[in-house]
Design a protein. Structure first.
Length: 131
């Protein structure tokens, strides 16, 4: 009782689930402030960034819109025009011509190492000039 002991700790446990994160770059905020994106557009973008910022391709279909709709309380049809706007402002990039697959533009948001982001930026600039 009341005794102090000098002990070394050999085991570390994480007692909670770490938050997911990705880096959002300064240019992202300029696009957000300079574009006429509405709240549903931003809700969809937020969902996409939190799930696909690692450079993985995705589609934006009914399933994705329903997931966002469930958390926002809006009808999933509220997001029908959002994809077009996110492409227009280059926040998401279509993969290939007439494709319905996209990636988050790594200029604005990315989850991973700086080297992985740099490599993806190089690949995208070669594959999609002017993105």
């Amino acid at each position: 009782t009341g005794e102090l002991r000098d002990m070394s700790v050999k085991e570390i446990k994480i007692l909670f689930n770490p938050d997911k994160f990705c880096l959002v770059y300064a240019g992202f905020w300029n696009v957000i402030l300079d574009s006429p994106l509405n709240k549903p557009d931003l809700e969809l973008l937020s969902y996409l960034i939190s799930n696909y910022a690692d450079g993985v391709a995705f589609t934006i279909g009914k399933y994705e819109k329903e997931k966002v709709s469930k958390s926002s309380g809006r009808a999933f049809t509220s997001y029908n025009n959002s994809t077009r706007k996110l492409i227009k402002y280059k926040l998401i990039i279509p993969i290939g011509e007439n494709s319905r697959k996209y990636v988050i533009n790594p200029r604005y948001a990315f989850q991973g190492s700086s080297n992985e982001r740099k490599q993806l930026l190089i690949e995208m600039s070669q594959s999609y000039p002017g993105y």
